[in-house]
Ligand binder design. Sequence first.
Ligand code: ATP
Ligand code: MG
Length: 406
Amino acid sequence: MNYQKPKGTRDILPSNSAVWQFMEEKAREVATKYSYQQIRTPTFEDSALFLRSVGDSSDIVNKEMYQFKDRGDRSLALRPEGTAGVVRAIVENGLLNEALPLKVFYFANCFRYENPQAGRYREFEQFGAECFGIDAPCADVELIALAKNYLENLGIKNSKLLINSIGCKKCRAEFNRAMREFANKHKTELCADCLRRAELNPMRMLDCKNEDCQKVLKNAPKLKDYLCSECREHFDEVCRLLNALKINYQITDNLVRGLDYYTKTVFEFENTVGDKTLTVCGGGRYDDLVQEIGGKDCPALGFSCGLDRLEGLVDKNLLPNQPKILVINAGNVTLEQVLPIAEKLRVLGKNIEINLANRSFNAQLKYANKLGIDEVYIIGDEELKNKSVTIKNMTTGEQITKNFDF
Ligand code: ATP
Ligand code: MG
């Protein structure tokens, strides 16, 4: 029996892991600069948490959730996104009773039963950041700046920032009424999903991936015409502050997000590769979510980046170059004698490989060449006796002998 990975999953092999480590390191570095601290939450949660937060009108909960009963008959789900678990954790642990803002970042493997294609998997990795307790537009702009900085630190310079405001509950009610009316008029031109969304959550129609629907929806009511004065002012201020930071953006009237909990500002960063445009980062405000899942009334906002989509866009020239050294045993020197020397070199901070495969001297040199190793440290009988090491530069062939107290 030959086993294969489950449909829609990926193996990140050693040849690719340097990119992943780089994406994670940069995420930690940039998030820390913005004063975010890491949070780690479970891979699975009560299904009800996602139903309540992501929403039962979203595709994510409706069609894509990996839901199961455990042996104790609990209804659980593999997380389809990171925010719900984070909000649950900070409410459960009382973190909102401390000084605010609370700023956290996370890495999360997420699961969605989607149709696998390029940039779309059933298990994928997100880097996300969430900020709690601030309703001022400055927080929106700082968060957008964090995401932008992260992408630039990966060497991704040509991302396009799209923003919109989807308003609060108050303005959404008016808009939803207008959307229902619109859907009613265009019943025959819209897909079954859109008609279902018209009932459950009309705004979600705007996110339909069906091209025919998108043509019809171009003429749908615009959220911006329904914003209450508070939401309108908030959005204007976000735009003004983005201008002040010289962050380019494009106001996109029909931009909504795939999750139900968003309010006011929503944004996406997208990148085009060839003829394909992919959203690499998405986020926005969710001022009602904390309260909806049992916490206090607390404004909040966040984003998440899809690392599987970023992987191919990272500038590989930026990857740190960590030289690896092969310690070669020559003459009568045994591997056993090399072992403690290698340990000492590692303590000194060097990345060391030794002759575990027990190759001959020449075979070790060949192996070093094949691996593209920059330097080999040769320990022969003379070196062992004199407490020295002969260092050979594999590119120039140059060789020097140095004392080394092993
Ligand atoms: P899309 O419209 O592309 O389906 P979404 O609105 O469902 O995206 P979010 O739920 O906001 O996306 O997730 C945030 C980010 O996670 C996305 O911008 C994307 O980079 C990544 N992402 C989402 N779904 C997948 C997936 N199935 N495979 C890989 N990455 C994903
Ligand atoms: Mg989606």
